[in-house]
Design a protein around this ligand. Structure first.
Ligand code: BG6
Length: 508
């Protein structure tokens, strides 16, 4: 079990340290680790940015972010601990493209070595715009310290490249400077409690494994619905779109967790090997098949919960004729022995009716001929639902006899809810930052994993680029996306599961 004695002293350098990610996620996560005594005995956090700022005013901004975004309450204990924590936080101006700007890094590490009488590790966290990753990595490469594989670690935020080619180029560059084990490509979905629990559910229970295959599973649905728009990220989103922003990384990773074979152990490479196998087995969609296997959409202006909202094309820094998708749905197959012929329907979108990330495993229908026809009017097949967020539940739908003098079957849910633990749930970034400090890469993406994921989406991206959608915007905020998305699944005889677990199946 990690604690401040077992984690090596660490200097954390956050590039883009005055930005949004740092304020909303990274600093609250580091502070929560500190509150839980999970930071190293000695640590120092250096946030870097272009603006000039005094340490004192920077700490004030960070504190405001912690108060607003942290999962834990800022009570008296937190306030006392904040004072100590803040002493370890400093701000530095950095010109990312200027090699000379980096000279202070090894000097600071040396100074900490003396002060702490230890050999600290260094984490270089790149919370920056994608175009800055190359210059920063290149300049870090000029520091001798970065050659020390046991002490220097680099963390790269998504997006990792903009397509397969740029991801490969970035991997080549990073690997010319760092060893693979020093590189932590982050996908914050892998740090979520409910996502990690998929491994426990699948591989710590004997009940599911025998039925976890094409013989018993009819199809799988993965939904990632957001009830927010692109917010202030127009510039980024115009270069990204839903496929790059959510599918290439988060959703394919969820799919890997569902489809992977059992690992032999929990070694980082073993888990990642098993995930890469899934990505490599996903049937490549041919260009001709793209219209049958994928749907894209874009939100127009409208209303979200009685609030008027802009359409995508009216958002700041967005081209008024933009054809970038804010919704994507795909039908994928995993061509291996376990999954042959089982469709995986995945979808994601902005400004959908509600925030809901969930996975539903739909089992094959059982023969129901033993029951009289009037008994089975509401009969449904078994469904296992893994609710990732905001609900954090696992539910199994099965048939029960409705109380009464007649034999009438009814679908009911057996539910496990995370809230029943009554324990604090660490945020994904807490888990992931702690893993980096401990040198555990299990929940991070390896080079071949990222590239294999790009290979899955490339034919769709290429096809979408060549055909301009004529009907954008094509869905209303607060809906479940474009009508074509319903058609994608309806033509196979299914419907998307939209409701939360607790209401699930009432209206199906
Ligand atoms: C990010 C995407 O990676 O994930 C965002 O860039 C998206 O567009 C976010 O909103 C969703 O994360 P979460 O944890 O809120 O589901």
């Amino acid at each position: 079990m990690a604690n401040e004695e077992t984690i090596n002293d660490t200097v954390i350098f956050i590039f883009g340290g005055s930005g949004d990610l740092s304020q909303r996620k990274l600093m609250p996560a580091l502070f929560n680790l500190y509150l839980d005594n999970l930071m190293p005995k000695n640590f120092s956090i250096v946030c870097m940015g272009r603006k000039s700022m005094l340490d004192a005013s920077f700490r004030k901004t960070i504190l405001a972010g912690i108060k607003k975004f942290s999962r834990s309450k800022f009570d008296e204990t937190a306030s006392k601990k904040w004072r100590k924590f803040a002493n370890n936080v400093q701000y530095a101006i950095l010109d990312a493209g200027n090699k000379k700007s980096y000279a202070f890094i090894p000097q600071l590490i040396k100074q900490k070595e003396k002060e702490w009488n230890s050999l600290p590790s260094a984490m270089f966290y790149l919370a920056v715009a994608p175009q800055l990753v190359k210059p920063i990595a290149t300049n870090l490469g000029t520091l001798d310290f970065c050659k020390d594989c046991s002490r220097a670690r680099i963390v790269i935020e998504k997006p990792f490249g903009n397509d397969l080619q740029t991801a490969q180029e970035l991997n080549i560059l990073l690997k010319s400077i760092f060893k693979e084990k020093q590189i932590y490509r982050i996908d914050h979905y892998l740090g979520k409690e409910t996502v990690q629990n998929i491994l426990a559910l699948r591989f710590a229970n004997t009940l599911l494994e025998p039925v976890w295959n094409k013989n018993y599973i009819d199809h799988v649905q993965i939904t990632n619905a957001e009830n927010i728009g692109i917010e202030s990220r127009g510039e980024y989103y115009e270069r990204s779109g839903a496929l790059r922003d959510m599918v290439q990384n988060h959703i394919l990773q969820l799919m890997c967790m569902i489809a992977m074979e059992a690992p032999v152990n929990f070694d980082a490479n073993e888990i990642r090997n098993k995930k890469v196998d899934v990505l490599n087995a996903i049937r490549k969609i041919t260009k001709e098949d793209v219209p049958n296997m994928s749907i894209r959409g874009q939100y127009g202006p409208g209303w979200m919960k009685s609030k008027k909202v802009k359409g995508y094309r009216q958002e700041d820094n967005v081209n008024p004729h933009s054809t970038v998708e804010t919704f994507a749905a795909l039908k994928l197959y995993v061509d291996n022995w376990r999954w042959e012929g089982v469709p995986f329907y995945i979808r994601t979108g902005k400004y959908l009716q509600e925030k809901n990330t969930s996975i539903t495993i739909h089992f094959k229908r059982s023969p129901n001929f033993a029951f009289p026809s009037e008994a089975v009017e509401t009969w449904r097949s078994n469904v296992l639902t893994i609710a990732i967020q905001p609900e954090m539940d696992i539910a199994l739908r099965f048939q029960a006899k409705r109380p009464g003098s007649k034999m009438v079957l009814n679908p009911v849910n057996m539910v496990f809810s995370y809230s029943s633990y009554n324990l604090p749930q660490p945020e994904a970034y807490e888990t992931l930052l702690l893993d980096v400090m401990e040198g555990n890469a299990t929940l991070f993406m390896r080079d071949d994993q990222v590239e294999a994921a790009w290979k899955v989406v490339m034919p769709i991206l290429e096809s979408w680029q060549t055909k301009t959608p004529s009907d954008f915007p094509d869905y209303q905020p607060g809906s479940w996306g474009p009508e074509d998305s319903e058609a994608l699944i309806a033509k196979d005889g299914y419907t998307w599961i939209n409701q939360s677990i607790h209401n699930t199946f009432k209206s199906e």
